[in-house]
Design a protein around this ligand. Structure first.
Ligand code: BEZ
Length: 251
């Protein structure tokens, strides 16, 4: 169940990701001349802001379709699986916004980030924390279960607790400087169908039509009482896990 991305759907339904990024960008505080890796850069919206701050930034992502948009912005980007980083002490900072929760082996990712950073370098990121988009994840599991499938493997996001992620960072030699779990309700500019079609494509793509539309309708029906108001406005309940950690200066 691989997640595939459509650049146009992402631009339309993923705006909230950029809109929520102010605090994590402030935490990164990129400085002119710094070499920064943007891990999971997507279409490069924030990569461009890091570059505008004067840093020398490289964006990496697994989606060729999103990278093509970043390239059109003139950004330096590469298609690299974040589980297989092979940089050694090359970056002053590694930054990641709304990407780490798509990566299934966080241990491998953090190991590669630690290797890629210079001693004393910083890892600054934000991902979905425990309980993120819980109603949506639960609705998907319920529909899978009702159809005789295995709800355990229906949802592929990684939404850790602070304790869990903090322990992983420490195990790889990071000193955690800041960490917080931040609940945030995000009103959708488009509708829930667009959000599901963009961010849960890994799930819906396993069904052929007309079953795909029927499954989508079932998920929407389950979500509507909790996430749609009487005016038809949809909201997604995010919980962000935001952190800043420093690689040990000694190695
Ligand atoms: C998030 O940014 O929290 C998120 C986005 C898409 C799917 C799941 C989580």
């Amino acid at each position: 169940m691989l997640q595939r991305w459509s650049a146009s759907d992402f631009a339309k339904n993923g705006r909230f990701i950029h809109d929520m990024a102010g605090p994590i960008f402030a935490l990164l505080a990129p400085k002119p001349g710094e070499r920064i890796l943007d891990l999971g850069c997507g279409d490069g919206t924030l990569t461009a802001e890091i570059e505008a701050a004067g840093a020398d930034v490289l964006g990496i992502d697994a989606s060729e379709e999103l990278l093509a948009v970043a390239r059109m912005k003139g950004l330096s980007v590469k298609k690299i699986d974040a589980h297989a980083l092979d940089y050694v002490q090359e970056f002053d900072a590694v930054f990641s916004n709304a990407a780490l929760h798509w990566m299934q082996a966080p241990d491998l990712v953090i190991e590669g980030v630690a290797r890629a950073l210079r001693p004393g370098g910083r890892f600054v990121g934000e991902l979905g924390g425990h309980g993120n988009v819980a109603a949506i994840a639960t609705a998907i599991r319920a529909v899978v279960k009702a159809r005789g499938g295995d709800p355990e493997h229906a949802v592929r996001w990684y939404f850790p607790t602070m304790e869990e992620y903090g322990a992983l960072l420490s195990a790889h030699g990071f000193a955690v400087r800041e960490m917080a779990l931040i609940p945030r309700s995000t009103p959708l500019k488009a509708d829930m169908q667009g959000w599901l079609g963009t961010f849960c494509r890994f799930f819906f793509d396993q069904f052929e039509e007309p079953e795909r539309s029927a499954v989508l309708a079932e998920v929407l029906e389950l979500l509507k009482p909790s996430l749609c108001d009487t005016e038809g406005r949809w909201t997604v309940n995010h919980i962000r896990l935001r952190f800043s950690a420093e690689r040990s200066p000694g190695e």
